[in-house]
Design a protein around this ligand. Structure first.
Ligand SMILES: Nc1ncnc2c1ncn2[C@@H]1O[C@H](COP(=O)(O)OP(=O)(O)OP(=O)(O)O)[C@@H](O)[C@H]1O
Ligand SMILES: [Mg+2]
Length: 375
């Protein structure tokens, strides 16, 4: 392992994962006490990593079957069911044909094909839905299979808010809820980042998941713990960094996990003999912003003029309050409150802008710096 600051989003091993002890314990306690969890945070804070970190624990590996599905790319119940089928069969495959046989006995609407991976030549299985007119039937069978498992199953459904985008969202969510509630041993973790949508799915009385899960809100990693993590990895690599520069980076990005990891990944690469300073941290930031600049430019140019004006205004403030107020509108030359509102709506929906406790900010902190620097 060359660079211990992982930014690819893959979970590698506990030593590259900082802290989250409290959250992992809470998640484990939910699992062991058979509470389903809803895991919410800003994007890139570490939800998916936390689930993989939990799955990596000895006690989980010993006592449970674990499944992880990221439904970001699914558009309907068929996709959902196919994805879950693939996840279950791919986890069963290394455990031998007996379990797979049992799977296809119970889940008889899923068809299996055997073939070789075109890239590696390795033998593999190809899963498809037999009767796709009735994905709910297949889903019921998948649940039946999981419920009949020797060890209890944990199913993590990542990017769960995507389900609210399905054409038959209400019906599909209600179906899933009924099946989840009927489980006698399978536990669930629903993870997602769109606070409003996840909030609606889980806390609104009209939605079927109302109050059925135990929430965990993932906040930034504790500053002291993260500082130790950085110092430790630099030391192990025979490199050095001043604690002040760690503090500087942490504060600049408010401890937002992926962004600070990205900076330290770069700083680790830069480190020579002398301890890294705040100037080095700024140089690393500039370097990264420069790399992303063409992408940011592309995204920015694809937006309407009003959106561009609003985004720039929010970025210049860093955190902006009362953005439909006269003062903000005048200061940033925005047209009117209704123009701001119109521009804001889609930006909030796709999470380009986050509204949190009355303040607005740009969710991608590198994009925010790039925007603020534009003249
Ligand atoms: N505790 C941690 N220690 C070190 N790195 C972490 C930690 N948690 C997350 N990361 C890193 O931060 C990045 C974002 O983490 P992750 O993908 O888990 O976030 P997420 O909340 O699921 O994001 P998204 O909302 O985009 O799905 C990854 O590169 C991951 O390696
Ligand atoms: Mg994730």
């Amino acid at each position: 392992m060359n660079n211990p600051f992982i930014v690819t989003g893959r979970y590698i091993a506990p030593e590259y994962f900082c802290d989250r002890e409290k959250e992992t314990a809470e998640l484990l306690s939910n699992v062991e006490n058979w509470r389903n969890t809803v895991l919410i945070s800003l994007r890139r804070m570490g939800k998916s990593g936390l689930i993989h970190h939990l799955y990596h624990k000895d006690v989980i590996r010993r006592d449970y079957e674990t499944f992880f599905m990221d439904i970001y790319d699914t558009a309907n119940m068929e996709d959902f069911v196919l994805l879950l089928s693939k996840e279950i069969t791919s986890r069963l495959q290394p455990k031998g044909s007996k379990l797979l046989d049992k799977f296809f006995q119970i889940v008889n609407s899923v068809k299996i094909g055997f073939g070789a991976d075109p890239l590696t030549g390795q033998p593999g299985i190809d899963i498809s839905l037999g009767d796709i007119r009735n994905p709910v039937r297949t889903l019921e069978q998948l649940f039946e299979f999981m419920e009949s498992s020797e060890k209890p199953c944990i199913v993590a459904i990542d990017e769960f808010q995507q389900m609210a985008e399905y054409k038959n969202a209400k019906k599909d969510i209600a179906t899933l809820r009924t099946l989840v509630q009927g489980c006698r041993q399978t536990r669930f973790i629903f993870a997602g980042s769109n606070r409003r949508m996840m909030g609606q799915l889980f806390h609104s009385p009209s939605e079927p998941f109302f109050m059925s899960c135990s929430p965990i809100n993932l906040e930034p990693i504790d500053k002291r713990k993260y500082t130790e993590f950085v110092m430790d990895h630099f030391q192990k690599g025979g490199k050095s960094i001043l604690p002040d520069s760690i503090s500087y980076v942490y504060d600049k990005f408010e401890g937002h996990t992926w962004f600070i990891q990205y900076i330290f990944n770069r700083l680790y690469e830069m480190a020579q003999d002398a301890p890294l300073t705040i100037d080095d941290a700024n140089a690393a930031t500039d370097y990264i912003i420069d790399i992303f600049a063409p992408i940011f430019q592309e995204i920015f140019m694809g937006m309407s003029e009003r959106q561009r004006a609003l985004l720039s205004a929010i970025a210049k403030e860093g955190k902006a309050a009362s953005i439909t107020g006269a003062e903000f509108i005048m200061k940033h030359n925005l047209r009117s409150a209704s123009a701001v509102q119109g521009a804001l709506k889609p930006l909030l929906l796709d999470e380009t802008v986050i509204s949190w406790q009355g303040l607005y900010f740009i969710s991608n902190r590198f994009f925010s710096i790039w925007l603020a620097r534009r003249r």
